[in-house]
Every structure is written in C-alpha cells, then in structure tokens.
Design a protein around this ligand. Sequence first.
Ligand code: FES
Length: 350
Amino acid sequence: MSIDHDQDVTRAERSDNVPAIPDPGLPEHTWRPTDVDERLAKRAERQVATLFGLSSVCVLLFLVSYFVLDVGDNHTTFAGFGASTVALGSTLGGALLFIGIGIIQWARKLMGDHEISEMRHPARSSDEDRAATLEALALGAEESGIGRRPLVRNSLLGAVGLLGLPAIVMLRDLGPLPGDKLYHTVWEKGMRVVRDVVGTPINKADLEIGDLVNAEPEIVFAVDEEGEHVLEGVELQVAKSKAAVILLRMDPSDITPAKGRENWSVDGIVCYSKICTHVGCPISLNERKTHHLLCPCHQSTFDLADSGKVVFGPAARSLPQLPLMVDEEGFLVAQSDFTEPVGPSFWERG
Ligand code: FES
C-alpha cells in the first residue's frame, strides 16, 4: 500500500512540474486547384462521370459475355483458360474497379476537404453533439455536390444499380431443378456390385467376417427420361459417385433386420450408401466389434447391423440400405435401386 501511495505522489509531482504541450492547432488550409478554378472542377466532374460510365460498360460486357460465350464441352479458351471465365472475371472486376477509382477521384478533387479537429468526449454524444453531427452530415452532402452535380450523381446511381444485374442473372446457374433425380440412383435389379476404382466384381466368398469394401455399381447404361443410353465421362462419374456403397460382412446372427428387409443381406454381407445423410460426406470408418460406421465430418454414427440407424451425431436419417442378392455365378448384385433417396435431406423430400 505504501509503495502505491509513493508512486501516486511522484506521479502528481511530475504532472505538476511538466509543462503542458501547447495545442499546435491545424495547419493552414491549402486550396486545391478544383476549389479555386470552376473549369478544372468541371473537368474533374467529367472524369468521375467517365469512370462511372466505364463501370456501366463493363457490366453490360459482363452480361453479353455471360450469354454469348459457350461454357459447354466445346467451350472457347483464351490463353489456356476458359474464355467465359476470363471475360466474366475481367468485366466484373473492371466494373468494381472503375466505381472505386471514380469515388476516390470524386473525394480527392470535388468533395470538401476542410480539416477538422475534434476533442475527445464521453462515448455517448451529448444532444448538442448529435444535432451538430446531423448538421455536419447535411453539410457533407452539400459539399459533396451530390445535389448540385446531377451528372456525377446519376452516373453513380446508374453504375451501382447495374451492379445488381450480374447477381440476378447468375441465379440462372442454380437451375435447372433436379426433378426426380434426387430420388433415384443407377442401381437396378441384377446390376453387379464391383470394387471401387478397380471395378472387379465381388463374389460373396471373397469377403471374410469383418471385411469392409468400398464399392460401386458396374454401370454400362442408364435409363431415364431420355431413354436407355450408355453413360460416359462426367455423367458416368456423377452416376457412380451418387451410387457409391460400402459392403460389410458380419456374423449373420448379429444382424437385426427391419421388417421387410429379412432377405436384403447375403450370408451376413450388408450393403449401404456411402454418402452420409447429414450433409453428404463419404463414410467408411468402421468399428469392427459394434458394426458402427462413423462419419469423419461431424461424427454421425450408423449401426449397420440394425438397418443403418443413427446411434449418434447430427444425421437425422438412417443410412439407406441397398438390397443384395447373388447372381448365378455367386457374384453380389443389387435386388433393386435404393428404396429411399441417398444423401442429405432436401426440401422436396416428403
Ligand atoms: S456429413 Fe456426416 S456427420 Fe455431417
């Protein structure tokens, strides 16, 4: 306590002895050329309007590029990049850049630039200060010239208004709606279950108790609203990833089949979608003794011995099970497609 007291005394003595630093005040105001020459001010006004106009041109070019440049399989390229990507990026970037430069020029050359000093005050302003602030805002609006310079104001409003259009037209990329595609995969009766990547069919005798295999459908063709057609390229990869499954062999006596699923497994081999029903991560962390399958993303845990029910975590639905059987050569095949949609929930799902 005595030390604190001594320190306070010393501090008080020091503050008595140190002379106050005089307020240096504000430097003398320097007028800019545009403050004193109306001809230069008009020229600066035209420069600012030109920059806002260039921004508007960039937005129009963005819209033209968006609708004209092909982004399909045979898309045009520019310096090795997709021409559409280059055009959309450069035009939208230009639109923002020109508006930014225009506003900087406007502030530097045309808006009032009087220096102001303000004393520190309590956090809440007094009523007088608030009134003064409103007055200062009104003065700022007046000094910015937004009322007196309709060319700058209107070109800025036009440029900013047009900036909303790219966001609106890009909503088109959210479509088309998926229709009933979320309800089905390519699995169908008799389609073989093959090993992921290598694509070899799986005989039921290949799996021992405890084995877990990442697998996929042996897709040759698909049947949809366009009729029967061979799947290739991206379409094939999308179909396979949506239909990805895991196989697990366990002691048949461990399985508690749900009603109607008594014949969905083959000698203790069960098959489930590999896509987590929470937000769609691929799952394959298996706890051998409990037959629990853990999703690494948010730890949802599914019981593969009990119809894929959720035993822990944020997933709201069981893991969809694929009904299995064997063909005449002993290879694992599907009895049908999944009987419910795979993956996360979606709005239209009942
Ligand atoms: S995606 Fe699997 S728990 Fe979240």
